[in-house]
Write a protein that binds this ligand. Sequence first.
Ligand code: S3P
Length: 438
Amino acid sequence: MTRFDPSDPLRGSLRPPSDKSVSHRAALIAAMGEGTTPISGYLDAADTRSTLGAVEAVGARVEGAEPGRIGAELKVHGVGLRGAGPATIDVGNAGTLLRLLPGWLAGQEGESWLLDGDDSIRRRPVDRIAAPLREMGARISCREERLPPLEIEGAPLRGIAYEMPIASAQVKSCLLFAGLLAEGETRVIEPAPSRDHTERMLAAAGVEVRREDAEGKASAGGGTVVVRPAGRLEPGPLRVPADISSAAFFVVAATLLVGSEAVLLDVGVNPTRTGLLDILERMGASVEVEERREEGGEPIATLRVRAAELRGTEVGGAEVPRAIDELPLVALAACFAEGTTTIRDAAELRRKESDRIETVSAALNALGGRVEPTADGIAVEGTGGLRGGAIDSHGDHRIAMLGAVAGLASREGVEVRGMDAAAVSYPGFEADLAALLS
Ligand code: S3P
């Protein structure tokens, strides 16, 4: 058990850890690339180490990844788009790796791979990628037709048009990778825009990838992503910004703790990821986005967060994929708000590292919240605060860190069972939190 007591305000500045989504993609695309790709700011966490292990297993060489030392600069010597060797791959707890990697492997004829991971991974559905990949001609088998382990036998692929039933950046990215090795164009139709890091990175590596609206015109917003087969990838140097999903814990903590002013540096503010900022703004929070600029193909900024009183809001529709990993924090903030907050259209939360509709509701209710899980979301009656108590992370990194923030803002403190889960995305979380509290 790790205890988080009611605390003083958050003060000062820090750079949160690097982006998990961007890091996974950087390692995979560098491995697909020709020659050596330098990656600066690669995330040193359990999930992204799994991805380095995976690219090494298929033959890429990684330099600069000694334990505890990655981050500054990593070099990946790629195997090329068609050069992945056969392997048994342990994806650990990394759902993104589990969903993205098969897209690259499925089109490499004459080779085969086995992907497996921890207990939580074995409960994460893979039929969402297996079904469209099979439509493209892939040979994939999985347990009970929908769960890992996953076996892939390389086969010739053809481009398809696939309408995703849910907005999933993991499924989209998997199919875009498969499209690089397929015959003809691959089109992925999104019900709402999901994170577009893959598209940005592939385009920078020389791939023909574009977004079209419903009429087939080039578009910056929603619609269809189209990728053409590629001969080779030349990624060039890659850079990973700080993760807005990790910064989010401090954004909410500083909002809730009276007298706080926290500054978060180098944060990725790709508009497909900033739903939390829009939601908090509606709730009355004070988050200033300063020094906006673009680096390494991604928009980044400094976030200045001051404490504020919150009111309830409604969350649903296209905002959900833009805030999917931050919705647990929205529910936490809502407990401290005045009025009701309703999160809808978020059934996907049930398929994350834990069933987050249930784990978040159970955790917040255990701390004195008035929270109701619904089929596709969470309803919260704000009472202006939380008493405190004990919660279980269920091995889910984001629930562990949510418990810590709840503790600081609670009246009596919170004990978190399974705080070590935070290392999946944020190994230095407790130290960084302490730094902002001292
Ligand atoms: C991710 C996409 C999201 C998100 C996950 C990371 C990614 O999942 O929840 O933490 O890197 O593509 P879905 O695309 O399945 O919604």
